[in-house]
Design a protein around this ligand. Structure first.
Ligand code: 4AD
Ligand code: MG
Length: 428
C-alpha cells in the first residue's frame, strides 16, 4: 500500500522506518544540518539530514521542487509542523529541478501563465481535493435518489440559452455550435428514463469578463418527468446540502488551510433555504442601495449586493417572461411570469443554479419561439416532444465551478478550475 505523509503523523509510526515519494517544497542547507520540507498530496513533512549522515552530500545537491524518494525514521518533534519529523537514512533523487520560477507574491496573471507548475501548490491542491469531493457527491446524490446518468452531445445545431453566447465551429460543410446546456436533449431522454442527470462541460462565448464567468464550465444538470418547479427546488436544496455536508466531513484539513469558516457552512446545511419572488428580490436589491426597476436583469454586480448579507442561499423565483429563454413554462395563474428559479448563493456569490418547469404544450412553445425570434425549423425535433405524449417536466443546471468557488470562499472562479478557460486564456 502507498504511504502518505498524513498517515505517518500518528503515534504508531514513531521510531519506525518509512519510505516516501514526494516533491521538495523547500530546503534549508546548513553546515551541520540540512532541513528539507517534503510534499505529497496529503501534506508536508520536515526531513532532516546531519553532517555525519551518509545522505548529507546528496541532500545538499537537492533544489526546490526536485522529486525524490526518501527513507528515514519518524520522530516526534513538537517544533515541526504536524508534530513529527523524519530523519533521512536514504535518498533516491528522481530529478533535480532547475531554479523554480514561482515565488511568493507573484501577480495572478503570472501564476495562471504558470498554472501547470502552480497547480502543485498546497493551496491549489486543497481546492482541487474539495472539487473532487463535490463531483463525487453529485454522482452519489443522484444515483442514490434513483436517477440515471446519461450523456448528450457537445456539438449541437442550435442554441438553448440564446445566440449571444454560442461558440461557432466548422463542422465539415456546415456550422456547428458547442453546447450551452444538455437541456433540450434531456427533455427527450426524460420521456424514457424519467429521472436523469449528467455532469459535463458546457460552453459559453461570454463577453462579460467577470469573476464568475468561464467560457468552459462544468455543468451538473438534472431533468425529471412529472415534476414541477417546486419539486425541482426541493431537490436542488437537498443536493446542495448533501454536497456541503460531504465537504465538511471529508475536507476538514483543506477548509482549514483555506481559512473557510465551517460554522457558516454547517448553518447552510441545517437551515431552510429562502424563497423570494422576483419582485421581492428587486425590493431587497433596492433596500440595499440599488435602483432597479421591475424587468431589470440581474447580473454579477446586482446579485453580489443582493446576497452579500444573506447567510443561506435564496431561490429567486418566477421571473418576468422576457428575462428567461423560450423553454420556461409561463405560470398558468400569472402568464407574465415563468415557473422558474435561480438559486443564489449567499456571501455575495449569487447564481449557482438555473432551472424550472418546461413548456409542455405545442401552441405555447411555437408562440414563445416566435416571440424570441427563433426559427421553428431549427427546433423541429424539440417541438415533436410536444406532439407525441407531452408531460409536465422540470429540471435544472448547477454551475459546479461556481459552487466550489463559494464553498471555498474564493474571489475568482479561475482558482477552482485546474486549467481555466476565459476569453483571455487558452494556455496552458
Ligand atoms: O442559468 P443557466 O444558463 O441555465 C441553463 O443552462 C439551463 N438550461 C440548465 C437546465 O435547466 N438544465 O446555467 C446554469 C448554471 C448557472 O446558474 C451557473 O451556475 C452556471 O450554470 N453557468 C456558468 N458557470 C460558469 N461560467 C459561465 N459562463 C456560466 N454560465 C452558466
Ligand atoms: Mg441562469
Amino acid at each position: 500500500m502507498d504511504v502518505y505523509i498524513k498517515d505517518i503523523k500518528k503515534q504508531e509510526w514513531e521510531g519506525k522506518e518509512v519510505t516516501l515519494n514526494g516533491f521538495v517544497n523547500s530546503i534549508r542547507k546548513g553546515k551541520n544540518n540540512s532541513f528539507l520540507i517534503l510534499r505529497d498530496p496529503s501534506g508536508t513533512l520536515q526531513c532532516v539530514s546531519h553532517a555525519s549522515d551518509k545522505t548529507f552530500e546528496d541532500v545538499n545537491k537537492i533544489t526546490r521542487e526536485s522529486s525524490v524518494k526518501i527513507t528515514g525514521s519518524i520522530k516526534k518533534d513538537d517544533r515541526s509542523e504536524g508534530g513529527y519529523e523524519l530523519h533521512i537514512t536514504g535518498i533516491e533523487i528522481y530529478s533535480i529541478a532547475e531554479p523554480f520560477p514561482l515565488k511568493k507574491g507573484h501577480k495572478k496573471v503570472f501564476l495562471f501563465d504558470n498554472r501547470h507548475l502552480w497547480i502543485r501548490s498546497p493551496k491549489t491542491t486543497a481546492i482541487m481535493k474539495i472539487r473532487s469531493t463535490v463531483f463525487s457527491a453529485i454522482h452519489e446524490f443522484f444515483i442514490s435518489n434513483g436517477f440515471y446518468e446519461i450523456q448528450s452531445p457537445s456539438f449541437v445545431g442550435g442554441s438553448v440559452e440564446g445566440g449571444a453566447t454560442l461558440f461557432e465551429t466548422n463542422y465539415f460543410d456546415k456550422k456547428a455550435y458547442l453546447t450551452q446546456s444538455w437541456q433540450l436533449y434531456a427533455e427527450a431522454m426524460v420521456d424514457s428514463l424519467w429521472k436523469i442527470y449528467t455532469v459535463a462541460p458546457s460552453f459559453r462565448a461570454e463577453k462579460s469578463r467577470t469573476w464568475r464567468h468561464l467560457t468552459e464550465f462544468w455543468h451538473a444538470e438534472a431533468e425529471m418527468a412529472f415534476k414541477t418547479n417546486e419539486d425541482a427546488m426541493d431537490l436542488e436544496e437537498k443536493l446542495i446540502k448533501y454536497i456541503i455536508k460531504e465537504v465538511i466531513a471529508k475536507n476538514e484539513d483543506e477548509l482549514r488551510l483555506l481559512k473557510r469558516d465551517t460554522k457558516f457552512l454547517e448553518n447552510v446545511v441545517n437551515r431552510p433555504f429562502l424563497r423570494m419572488k422576483y419582485e421581492e428580490i428587486i425590493d431587497l436589491a433596492n433596500k440595499n442601495g440599488l435602483k432597479l426597476e421591475y424587468g431589470a436583469d440581474l447580473g454579477a454586480d446586482e446579485e453580489r449586493i443582493i446576497t452579500s448579507k444573506l447567510d443561506v442561499p435564496v431561490f429567486s423565483i418566477n421571473y418576468p417572461i422576457a428575462l428567461k429563454p423560450f423553454y420556461h413554462k409561463p405560470d398558468p395563474k400569472d402568464p407574465k411570469h415563468v415557473l422558474c428559479s435561480d438559486l443564489l448563493a449567499p456571501e455575495g456569490y449569487g447564481e449557482i443554479i438555473g432551472g424550472g418547469q418546461r413548456v409542455d404544450d405545442k401552441e405555447t412553445l411555437l408562440k414563445r419561439l416566435k416571440e424570441e425570434g427563433l426559427d421553428e425549423k431549427n427546433y423541429e425535433w424539440y417541438i415533436d416532444l410536444r406532439r407525441y405524449g407531452a408531460i409536465p417536466h422540470s429540471g435544472f443546471g448547477l454551475g459546479v465551478d461556481r459552487l466550489v468557488m463559494w464553498i471555498c470562499k474564493l474571489p475568482h472562479i479561475m482558482y477552482v478550475v485546474p486549467f481555466p478557460r476565459t476569453p483571455r486564456r487558452l494556455n496552458p
